[in-house]
Write a new protein. Sequence first.
Length: 202
Amino acid sequence: MSSSSGCESPGSGAGKTANSQLFIVREIEKRPELLSKSQLPNEKAKKEKSLLEVVELYEVHLGLRISQQQLKKKINNMKSRLKKKTDKQKTGNKRITLHEWEKILYKILEGDDNPTINKIPEPAVAGMAKRAQECEPKHREEKNCEKSRRSPEPKKSKLYNYETEETHSLTTTELQRLVLLEQLKTARMQREYILKKMERLE
């Protein structure tokens, strides 16, 4: 029995649900923009217009009311259910039986690939996994080698160009003492030079 509002409810029955799903995918075939995720104003307006049209047709053909939001949710649920059912990583090599609406929606989403036939054989899957495991250590080694080749050389001290064999082995205290001695030596030489110059002038 339908609810007083006339909206579709879980109690509508499996037959009505299947009919509604088939009706929706038939409309998606005519209006692919219903699956669009584009945020462009023109695309969004086109999608909203199509949603409104399908909502009206839904009530006419199925005798059930559905809002635009409910229709969007229903389409998303149908897509999620189909993707889960046809996920090759989860289904392995098992043959999949699809309902009519699922076959149509799968073709719209994935093209002409048949999920019941287009399966990777188990030996091939095992071989691919084995090759991936064999290549992984080698790939890691190559990455490590590449990193080591790219490691930047340690920066040389700014004082490196001024170092001599004599100063390189000295401690900081010894270097300071050496600098003072050199300064004292220079001061004495300057003093002697000035004294000699003064003597010549006399």
